[in-house]
Design a protein around this ligand. Structure first.
Ligand SMILES: [Cu+2]
Length: 374
């Protein structure tokens, strides 16, 4: 893919070079090459296996409605922009009533329009005004229709999730469903492809905004006010989401992942999340569990099946099922877990988890236990 993009960039560079100082024909050909290459590049990017975080690559009905509205606005506004530029160009190039041969300073101003009505010009202005109104009303209608289409997604038998935005991570509580008990997880949602998802949004501290561009637009999470967002993923993939309302120092590092997968894989994931604590016989890990339960960790984190039932931080019962830790900041590896626990603020300045003083051996034991939380 990178080789393809490189070839396109070289084609564009060649075209730009060729256009400089060349005739109209060559300039037009160069412009065409540039446009075609840009288009091809966007297709190469779109075909990449891992979907990009982009509202222009919809993977669900809601995002598709929004992308359509964007495409329409882009085309209409692009045409209007080109026409305005063209009109400006024509006005600049055309010989006005005063001849260009006469320098303006020595020419008396033409005040003819004060006595004779300029019918032609008036007609053009009225026509352009009416056209502008029609175009703007058309865009408003398209906007309203998009809104209606968004609200009409069928939500029979949805997956229901309660999302809580906090500085600077996401808590996801899946409601009990189809005989499965509910469970709590963080920063990574899994959803079945083709099934509607209804997410209730709440804010734990300040205003956040739930935004997974490939699946839907933004929806604010407001303290004290419940809002809801409904979406459906139609293509499998891992879609990155991002808090979209400035919420303090680590706003930019408040990401999440929405994994859309086949109903079977989703059911397996749900079963895994609902499972009780994985037991271990490893002596070091058991010591780590002991340290975790006695240190302040337990006051902030819940691990079902232990005495740790704190809520200010993410539920860690199935920590190892998540791809990242700290809301998309670090890959979930034992090394990163150790570094995170040693000094969260070094990796995510401002993070509300403090550095808990532990001996190196105790910290290693805690990490060993955390890695058993499958
Ligand atoms: Cu936020």
């Amino acid at each position: 893919m990178m080789a393809d993009v490189g070839a396109h960039i070289r084609a564009i560079a060649r075209s730009c070079g060729g256009a400089a100082g060349a005739g109209w024909k060559r300039a037009a050909r160069a412009a065409y090459t540039v446009a075609a290459s840009l288009l091809a590049m966007s297709r190469v990017a779109q075909s990449a296996a891992q979907p990009q975080q982009s509202a222009l690559q919809p993977a669900g009905v809601q995002a598709a409605h929004i992308a359509k509205l964007w495409n329409l606005s882009l085309i209409v506004c692009g045409i209007v922009f080109a026409l305005v530029l063209l009109a400006t160009l024509v006005a600049l190039v055309r010989n006005g009533r005063g001849s260009a041969a006469q320098p303006p300073a020595t020419r008396a101003p033409d005040l003819g329009s004060l006595t004779q009505p300029e019918n032609g010009t008036r007609r053009v202005v009225i026509g352009a005004s009416v056209l502008s109104v029609i175009v703007l009303v058309g865009l408003i209608v398209a906007d309203v229709l998009t809104d209606r289409a968004l609200s009409r997604m069928p939500v029979a038998d949805p997956v229901r999730i309660d999302m809580l935005g906090a500085q600077w991570w996401w808590q996801a509580s899946y409601r009990p469903q189809g005989g499965q008990p509910g469970f709590v997880t963080a920063n990574e949602l899994h959803v079945p492809v083709g099934r509607p998802v209804v997410v209730s949004l709440q804010a734990g501290d300040v205003i956040h905004s739930f935004w997974v561009p490939n699946l839907h637009g933004k929806k604010d999470m407001l303290p004290g006010i419940d809002t809801t967002i409904e979406f459906r993923a139609d293509q499998p993939g891992a879609y990155r989401g991002q808090c979209a309302e400035y919420c303090g120092a680590e706003h930019a590092l408040m990401a999440m992942l929405v994994v859309a997968e086949s109903p079977e894989r989703y059911a397996a994931w749900v079963a895994r999340q609902a499972r009780p604590l994985a037991q271990t016989t490893d002596a070091v890990a058991l010591h780590g569990r002991d340290v975790f339960e006695r240190a302040s960790c337990a006051g902030c984190h819940t691990v079902r099946g232990t005495s740790a039932a704190g809520t200010p931080g993410p539920d860690l019962t199935h920590l190892m099922s998540r791809e990242t830790i700290a809301a998309g900041v670090l890959a979930n590896t034992p090394e990163n877990l150790a570094a995170w626990i040693k000094d969260p603020n070094a990796l995510k300045p401002g993070a509300t988890m403090p550095a808990v003083p532990l001996s190196d051996a105790d910290r290693r034991a805690v990490v060993r236990w955390l890695t058993t939380l499958q």
